[in-house]
Design a protein around this ligand. Sequence first.
Ligand code: HEC
Ligand code: HEC
Length: 442
Amino acid sequence: MPWAIARLRGWFQPPTAPVPRLFLSLPRFARRLPPASFIVLAALSPASRSAPAASASRSFYETPYERKPDFKTLVALGRALFSDRTLSASGRVSCASCHDPAHAYGPPNKLAVQLGGAGLTLPGIRAVPSLTYHQAIPNFQEHFFDNDGNDSEDQGPTGGLDWDGRADSGHEQAAGPLLSSFEMANADRQSVVRKLKTSPNAAAMREAFGPHVLDDPALAWNGLLLAFEVFQQSPADFYPFNSKYDATLRGQVALSAQEKRGLEVFNGATRGNCAACHISVIKRGAFPQFTDFGLIAIGVPRNRAIPVNARADFRDLGACGPLRTDLQAHGDYCGLFRTPSLRNVATRGVFFHNGVYTKLDDAVRFYALRDSDPKRIYGQGRQFDDLPKKYSDNLNQDAPFGAKPGDKPAMTEAEIADVVAFLKTLTDGYVVPGTSAGALEK
Ligand code: HEC
Ligand code: HEC
């Protein structure tokens, strides 16, 4: 089964709370699970690839805590830890500094990359992705077969967390920023645990996992990562499915004329063709994620505002490195980045893995003009100025791409504006007129 299944099945007791309303918008496999389990759709990975557990022979999820917290406790703890700055070397950066809840857990500003490190002076290499709608991302796999009526088609590299799909689970991923020299910049796990002991959340950690959890660095480390992972699977915070577009799928409201035109361009195979990668329809009973999770090369322009790009020899080639190291021999993966969900995209101030655009209409215009007017996109330099020529065959050439310079753009200016209007309907927190619906209980 290519889809993630609940690794934490069995962790939580049967629910006492009613099943949330969004149950029907989950992937079909999730609805077969006991109701409490769908909220913990951590992707399944072979035990050998999980983050270090308290003992090497034990899975991360079998860490022997004194107490076994329930879902609600872990979500509350994870939410508090998510904005705990004391866990960083500078004492000034938390997860929320980069993943701002007010911007769908994406960047709080229009900077292509955020600053981190011990002195808060070190720029990152990539734009901060949104953390919403990650609950259905499958584990990274080089050969993905979607069981959507055609099992035989290999869709190529798919899934995984980070722009290059290199992390497989929320807990594995969370270790990254805690220890990255240009993010929270802790020297090692022990120093994170030392900070945790004196943090404002120490008492809540003990309350959740037992009074001695912080005395055992391995237990404390795993507990911390588990809280981050489970928090990020809280439906109310991360996948509420309560945008205007969701309301239209439920038949509660209609799109405006302009939004409707935008959706038609978005879906039209010979027009925007956006939905080929950013899925927009209900499939197998699940509301659309606006991504097929595929890793694809679309060749966005180099962003000279990223400091590391001052080095002419530096290239972020996505799946083939340099941040990802296991597929460096795969020239055919150079330039590939994971297709992000477009849900909440209008809340972002930077677009694409390198944040090269700061306006949504520019991001959409890129698709319209990449091939028909490359000078407008890349300036006087070479088209695809961030991907060495030898990897050009990796670039996607399907609609809206594939035109020749001078051809008609794939979308007119009016159509670009319509698509932007449509994309704005994907922002969560829409209140259906005449109701108080919109927010889920946290
Ligand atoms: C200094 C800014 C910064 C901080 C602090 C930070 N992140 Fe991130 N986060 C990023 C960037 C940049 C990426 C993309 C990394 C990549 O693709 O290589 C990212 C990626 C992620 C992803 C993967 C998202 C995706 O779309 O695949 C998750 C999950 C995540 N961060 C969670 C966290 C958590 C949890 C914390 C706190 C423990 C945290 N981040 C702290 C900048 C930050
Ligand atoms: C062939 C697959 C494909 C098609 C078709 C496609 N996209 Fe994308 N989209 C991607 C990938 C891959 C990325 C990330 C690329 C990167 O960052 O280098 C992306 C990123 C984006 C982003 C930036 C989101 C963010 O979080 O930064 C926007 C906006 C976007 N696409 C809109 C569209 C629109 C609008 C269309 C149709 C006109 C479209 N896409 C068609 C694959 C596709």
